[in-house]
Design a protein around this ligand. Structure first.
Ligand code: AMP
Length: 282
């Protein structure tokens, strides 16, 4: 696998591949790679001639400086993992390479980017759109792979792709979980073993709540999840929203949509670490 750090080198590698008629898959990441990222890369490798994985801890999507500072950085191990799963090219640019000047563009795709993570992390999706639009313009992939782990992010990026007319396919990939059910996340490495065990209650509550759908209202299922997680010492729900899976607007009844998803953010432990997850009801 080749590792490039400049846009010029990235373009040169891609031009060579394109001249041979190769298809290109892009997997954008912020590094600290784990089995969740690997599943996206494996899918891209299976579906494209050349897979580019970007590793870039994008400062513009962090509204909390401390979160950015404590984010794990493991470039060497990341490259070893990418090599193992068959990626052909890693793009690991510096902040100056990606943002030679401050990015003043603003993106607005309500309600997808204004609710949930958008409400609690102001500016987060604007930063996501800034970096993903740059990567799409630089790589011009045929397909781009995103994890449903960041369920809201996919809805926002789909709106951006429609808005800006990028000629590519967004490929959503299922959440990879630890054995306990906890969604794999780079931030999980910041949890102690005890906190990690506690955090497994999040998905267990979400999974169990699916059995209530036939007999309970949306509001009752909402309260069941929130109360069950908040009853666990060390966990505190920031929000739980039961929404239409495409628009991300709240639903009040199960009949309102044929695509209904519950999205949650929970604070875990004493630092605390912010964990997100979701469950599909319909
Ligand atoms: P990140 O490095 O956290 O920005 O994630 C890069 C990509 O990997 C995003 O599309 C994430 O949704 C995806 N991803 C992260 N964790 C998982 C997981 N547990 N399962 C599937 N995809 C994931």
């Amino acid at each position: 696998m080749k590792v490039v750090t400049t846009i010029a080198d990235l373009r040169a590698e891609l031009a060579a591949a394109r001249s041979e008629g190769k298809t290109v898959g892009l997997v954008p990441t912020m590094g600290a790679l784990h089995a969740g990222h690997a599943s996206l890369v494996e899918r891209s490798v299976a579906e494209n001639d050349l897979t580019v994985v970007s590793i870039f801890l994008n400062p513009t999507q962090f509204n909390d400086q401390t979160d950015l500072e404590k984010y794990p950085r493991t470039l060497e191990a990341d490259c070893a993992l990418l090599e193992q799963v068959g990626a052909q090219l890693a793009f690991a640019p510096s902040v100056a390479e990606m943002y030679p000047k401050p990015d003043t563009r603003s993106f607005s795709y309500p309600p997808t980017d204004s609710v949930m993570e958008g409400a609690f992390r102001p500016g987060h999706f604007n930063g996501v759109c800034q970096i993903v639009s740059k990567l799409f313009a630089m790589v011009e992939p045929d397909r781009a792979y995103f994890g449903e782990k960041d369920f809201q992010q996919i809805a926002v990026i789909r709106r951006m792709v429609d808005d800006l007319g990028f000629g590519l396919t967004i490929v959503p990939c299922p959440v990879i979980r630890e054995e306990s059910g906890l969604a794999r996340s780079s931030r999980n490495t910041l949890l102690t073993d005890a906190e990690r065990a506690t955090a497994a209650n999040i998905y267990q509550a979400l999974a169990d709540s699916r059995a209530l759908v036939g007999s309970h209202s949306v509001a009752e299922v909402h309260d069941y999840v929130v109360n069950r997680i908040n009853a666990v010492p060390g966990l505190e729900v920031q929000y739980y929203s039961i929404v239409d899976g495409r628009t991300l607007a709240d639903v009040a009844t199960w009949q309102e949509s044929d695509d209904i998803v519950g999205c949650i953010t929970v604070y875990c432990g004493s630092q605390p670490i912010r964990l997100i997850d979701h469950i599909r009801y319909k």
